[in-house]
Design a protein around this ligand. Sequence first.
Ligand code: HMG
Ligand code: MG
Length: 300
Amino acid sequence: MTDHVRIVEVGPRDGLQNEKTPVSVEGRVAFVENLVKAGLHTIEVGSFVSPRAVPQMTDSDRVLRAVDRHPGYEFHVLVPNEKGYAAAKAAGAKVIAVFASASEGFSKANINCSIAESIERFTPVIEHAKADRIKVRGYVSCVLGCPYDGDVRPAAVAAVAKRLWDAGCYEVSLGDTIGVGTPAKARQMLRVVSADVPIANLGMHFHDTYGQALANLYAGMEEGARVIDSAAGGLGGCPYAPGATGNVATEDVVYMLEGMGISTGVDMTKLVAATNDICRLIGRTPVSRVASAINASKRA
Ligand code: HMG
Ligand code: MG
């Protein structure tokens, strides 16, 4: 069992990219700053994608420029192509994330190309980033099921993860984009993928649509995985993943890890305050169990 975990907070990107109420640059910056205060060191803060595809992430350059002044912290941004890379670099990005899919249907819907074309698109981006000393994280979506193609074979996930790893990504995050996985499936998928990419370099990015994400993470940790993507408040979703709900909530992950004796360095009171602030801004009630319990205990 893993005894050390790194959390990648994706709330300001995945959490807000599908919200009906777009959050202003100031609101997104305040969210990131609150997460920094809560002790989260790796935070995905935006994406350099087509503003027509995801208007919620417009002006991610302004968000990145405003927050990127904390030494020792990493602020990630998504990049789908060379145009996005140029903009991310100009905004001073030090870590970018490219995102592919294990299923053709989602690849086409999300980034308008086949899996093979997406790898061809990412290869020069990764090469430029290497030359510019910008770190590249890779994502593979639909690792436990696809909203368009249904079941996805672990071998298909491994093939895409290997391409990203071989191209130079320092870590490959495996997305259960629609949150359909269960622990045994998640474990099996990680076993297969870790034959091609070391388990220490695999991230678990599990959406919680069917309430299985914490159990899936635990199964992954038993396999030795130690990187967890999560979003404050359990926010999240993808405009091209119909029916999917949020990411596993950061406060639920922190509560589980601390309960296992794994220190996260996260201040729960400040994290729940960050969740409450962003949820107020978008007119939502926090869905995470831990935030709900802590908020209820304060009211009692
Ligand atoms: P396309 O239409 O094939 O691209 O879209 P194109 O190259 O033909 O360009 C079309 C227009 O977009 C042009 O503008 C380009 O300039 C512009 P026009 O001339 O028509 O005015 N454009 C851009 N603008 C700004 N920044 C750019 C950019 N690129 C082109 N980088 C494209 C292809 C990839 C651009 C589009 O499909 C897109 O932006 N998709 C993004 C989808 C997205 O952000 N999805 C959510 C993130 S992924 C996710 O959530 C999953 C994850 O969380 C893991 C998991 O849960 O599984 C990571
Ligand atoms: Mg996601």
